[in-house]
Design a protein around this ligand. Sequence first.
Ligand code: PMP
Ligand code: GLU
Length: 395
Amino acid sequence: MKNRLSHRLQNISYSQTIAMSAKARALKNKGYDIINLSLGEPDFFPPNFVLNAAKKAIDEGYHYYTPVSGYTELREIICKKFYRDNKLKYTTSQIVVSTGAKQSIMNVLLSLLNRDDEVIIPSPYWVSYLQMVKLCEASPVIVSTKIDNDFKIDAEQLEKVITSKTKLFIFSSPCNPTGSVYSYEELKDLAEVFRKYPNVMILSDEIYEHIRYSGKHVSIAVFPNIYNQVITLNGLSKAFSMTGWRIGYIGAPEWISKSCDKIQGQMTSCANSIAQRAAISALQSSPIEIEYMIKEFKKRRNLVLDMIKDIPGFQFNKPNGAFYIFPNVSEFFGERLFGKIIQDSDDFSNLLLEKANVATVSGSAFGDSGCIRISYASSEEKIIEAFTRIKKALS
Ligand code: PMP
Ligand code: GLU
């Protein structure tokens, strides 16, 4: 049956984050004591005031289709949020609310990309960027970054890969999977390059904006000379621990927001009405309301840094945001462990699952097969147990 599928589909792979997490869940159901550090999913409950807003929405009768781009009231709140947190000025006609940031990204890609258009993606990148670009039959141009440079792309690297076919640049800061956070100066340098290429658009994925352990978050759209080239992406999954509620949104030039509205009008009609009402309450609240989660993530990040340094053979950068660490484990490649030669990060991640019962994701999913991704969106107790098991298995 495979050859009856569209070429578009044959060309892409399953999401490896989701696949690894499903594998861990299946093993757990069979009775194995698996610690799942594969999925990037906060383990908190959303704040009570958000839950209450959803309950109220049900009672008040918000059961119907909403405007395609989202309730006007929600888009007004998003404009205020963008100004309050990011110093970005958007009007409601520039905002589109979607069924998760994933749909927001796909809307943007479908709006912009023709076959063979080039999309620059610094690696390590979030797993779905590459596959979504391929789904649009465009050409990904991967730029590798180095651990010594905190896995960040610089202006020189960027300018080298821009061609007349470049349509889009996609990146996340804070970054999934490396936890790297771009500073104002670093973004300014990149913005200087983009300014010279007004036809290149930038998709700035800021979904981990609030999950940051020092400094201020900077949106690349703050640089006025490239504001019209930027699509700023955010969502509720991470900051409000609302992964299953599926709310993402963009602020963008109107020609892009209009096009996303057109696509969404054909594909989903609108995002879930109850979740949108809850989003109004979430986004109008002060970021202070979610500080308890950020503090907890910071404690866990420090715990992870403390434990990982005692594992010989792991090389890592200090993550300053998101809830992942992305150690390079290539020192183990070519070695025989538990009777098997470890060839790459796929082998290494599988070994940790089989021999330490700890689920991680192979770096190959993120464009760097020297590394593995470990999510610390899990309790301190589980983190301690997981690192103890990893250390023991490798010693
Ligand atoms: N971007 C990044 C960098 C992510 O880690 C995720 C994880 N889910 C998404 C986008 C998609 O988020 P959502 O749950 O809103 O679809
Ligand atoms: N963004 C999370 C991750 O990277 C959730 C899984 C997904 O959406 O792919 O693990």
